[in-house]
Design a binder for this molecule. Structure first.
Ligand code: ADP
Length: 633
């Protein structure tokens, strides 16, 4: 056949072409991804065929490549893959509508609001080249065709017909020649093409090259665009630590170092490869809920499809970086499709388990886990509110400062319960603004004195988290900022320690009754009650939150979100043995007494809340008291 033969596209193909030409796609650049994917498939097929058929007679260039050429308004994409013979060209690019085309158009008819991203889902990616071209030629030689004169030239303007003729082509493979539309000139710009390839096709297994003049060598050389091999496709044993790290640096644009990684190939009901990393550095925008999404890149057979897929990982694992490559999804899968995709739902479960295993492994190495915890502990805590995630697993991974150790030591709940006292049936914790305030809190005094460990919760999120963390291994939590006195009594009695957290016997003393009533007169507006306590020794007073009331930290958290929350009325617990309290008790001047009590209240409030609403008032009171002192001495 040496004459040019005219063919008419099957009506379905025609319909499709019209769609392409009118370009429903908003991102036309994906045509390049589709053509490069086809070229890469063609090389894969050749490699596979040669191995499978062990056909030693066939000569071919095993220096595989995909090359780009620019000539005037032409963009040529060349591969040295398997190529096509006459029948294949007709079958694949022409008259016989592939089942995919039919399915695609049926979908189009069934669903009037069809999303444009569906194009290509049905294996019709080749036609996307008509979005940017007003004419396309395909020049191809099958590896199995011995006579170069029998190579095929296919051409079409996408206008309902196409032509086929023979044209000499020396080597196997395919040239796709695109006559770029005037309106799409950007696809002739080399740098633009390079960035599109870097975006979608960086991990194609074969070099994607273009020709450039090398001034030093004074000749044209081939420059590789795609920098990296798809290392995740390799066997684990063939990948060095350095390879894994280098891949991580490329993937994340040098976001610190990976603390741990996990590379897995899953085959069976699901087919995918995942390569997941836990970094030691946090991306700057990880706290921006609107901006920060999941950093797992989705590939379909080495071709980048998209990142930021909302439902690929639980949000509390958003620190994970990596890739997921699967053949179970169509190349042009859209976000909308992914949303309800059962495959993705299953993958999410597997990846979640995988990440738990990584974290469990990482937690064995205290030094590394501390780095992780400092960066991402707060992110992980969010997982407790996620109903789809195993709370126990998250709880086991939590770490806290402890009243027993310094700031740099973090303990697990498992550590805590292993050190619990006889009779202790609660995990004690204190929430506070920071480590220093919690460590020096008056609430802690009695626990330190009795050698009972207390978890110091100093992250803003902790108070909120404790709404979701009710127990660990059946042992419930107990806030020591609150009015939970009985819990401590149990342990102290069991351990033969005398305790009078609320020393009721002292209420019977008339002096004390009078004193308490005088205090109540001053503070009634602010407090729930006045009590005498042995809870504190160093401090004269302490504020205690009632067990049913909102806590101080929670109040601050809610206020910071702009909510208008009524003030907390605390218990005002006094240390009747404190020298200042003894002094105040004897102040007869009501005005001066009032100042002293307010000074006591404000200092307790300052300790509890780390700030005062009216600090000037506080300072004025202190100054007045000092002046009075100086005046009287
Ligand atoms: P898909 O690649 O999803 O099957 P396409 O419309 O992109 O759908 O391509 C149709 C077919 O044309 C391919 O399946 C392949 O058989 C053939 N084809 C396309 N490009 C090439 C190429 N560069 N080399 C060999 N065959 C190709």
């Amino acid at each position: 056949m040496n004459v040019k033969k005219k063919f008419i596209f099957k009506s379905e193909v025609n319909e499709l072409l019209k769609l392409m030409i009118n370009s429903l796609y908003s991102n036309k650049e994906i045509f390049l991804r589709e053509l490069i994917s086809n070229a890469s498939d063609a090389i894969d097929k050749l490699r596979f065929n040669l191995v499978a058929n062990k056909n030693k007679d066939i000569k071919f260039d095993d220096n595989f490549y995909i090359r780009l050429f620019f000539e005037g308004n032409k963009l040529i994409i060349r591969d040295n893959g398997i190529g096509m013979n006459y029948d294949e060209v007709i079958n694949n690019l022409g008259t016989i509508a592939k089942s995919g085309t039919k399915k695609f158009l049926k979908n189009l008819n069934d669903n009037k609001s069809l999303n444009k991203n569906l194009i290509g889902k049905f294996g019709v990616g080749f036609y996307s080249c008509f979005m940017v071209s007003n004419k396309v030629k395909v020049h191809t030689k099958s590896i199995f065709e011995e006579n170069s004169n029998n190579s095929i030239l296919w051409s079409s303007k996408g206008d309902g017909k196409f032509f086929i003729s023979n044209l000499y082509k020396k080597n196997n493979g395919t040239d796709i020649i695109l006559y770029i539309k005037d309106s799409c000139k950007e696809f002739l710009n080399k740098n633009n093409l390079i960035s599109i390839i870097n975006k979608y096709s960086n991990y194609i297994d074969f070099p994607i090259e273009y020709k450039e003049f090398d001034k030093d060598k004074k000749k044209y050389i081939w420059k590789k665009i795609n920098l990296y091999n798809a290392i995740w496709l390799k066997n684990k044993n063939d990948i060095s630590k350095k390879d894994y790290k280098n891949f991580y640096y490329n993937l994340t644009n040098n976001l610190g170092n990976p603390l741990i990684w996990s590379h897995n190939k899953v085959e069976g009901s699901q087919n995918y490869i995942s390569l997941l990393y836990i970094p030691d550095t946090s991306p700057w925008n990880i706290w921006n809920r609107d901006e920060y999404k999941i950093c797992l890149k989705l590939y379909v057979n080495k071709i980048f499809i998209m990142d930021n897929i909302k439902d690929l990982l639980p949000y509390c694992f958003r620190f994970v970086q990596g890739i997921l490559d699967t053949n179970d999804l169509p190349l042009n899968v859209s976000r909308e499709i992914l949303q309800d995709n059962i495959f993705l739902k299953k993958i999410k479960i597997s990846l979640t388990n995988r990440i738990f295993k990584m974290l469990e492994k990482l937690s064995i190495n205290n030094k590394k886990y501390n780095i992780f915890w400092k960066k991402f502990g707060v992110v992980l805590k969010e997982g407790l509110a996620d109903n789809n995630i195993d709370k126990y697993k998250i709880s086991s991974l939590l770490r806290f400062n402890s009243s027993k150790f310094n700031k740099d030591i973090f303990i697990s709940l498992e550590d805590y319960i292993s050190r619990m006292k006889i009779g202790q049936d609660k995990i004690f914790y204190i929430t506070s603004e920071n480590y220093i305030s919690s460590k020096n809190s008056p609430h802690l005094e009695i626990y330190l004195k009795n050698d009972i460990e207390v978890l110091l919760m100093v992250d803003k999120i902790d108070e909120w988290m404790m709404n979701y963390l009710t127990d660990f291994k059946g042992i419930s939590f107990c806030s020591i900022n609150r009015n939970n006195i009985n819990n401590l009594d149990n342990i102290l009695v069991t351990n033969n320690n005398k305790s009078n957290l609320i020393n009721t016997s002292l209420y019977d003393n008339d002096d004390n009754k009078l004193f308490i009533n005088r205090i109540k007169d001053v503070l009634s507006k602010y407090i729930k009650d006045v009590r005498i306590t042995d809870r504190i020794e160093k401090f004269p007073v302490v504020l205690v939150t009632d067990s049913n009331d909102i806590s101080t930290q929670m109040l601050k958290l809610l206020k910071s979100t702009g909510k208008d929350i009524p003030k907390i009325k605390y218990y005002f617990d006094i240390n009747i043995n404190h020298i200042l309290i003894k002094y105040i008790k004897n102040v007869k001047d009501e005005n001066l007494f009032k100042k002293w009590i307010k000074f006591m209240y404000y200092q307790a409030y300052l300790i509890e809340s780390n700030s005062l609403e009216n600090s000037v008032n506080f300072v004025n009171i202190i100054n007045d008291l000092f002046c009075n002192f100086i005046y009287n001495n």
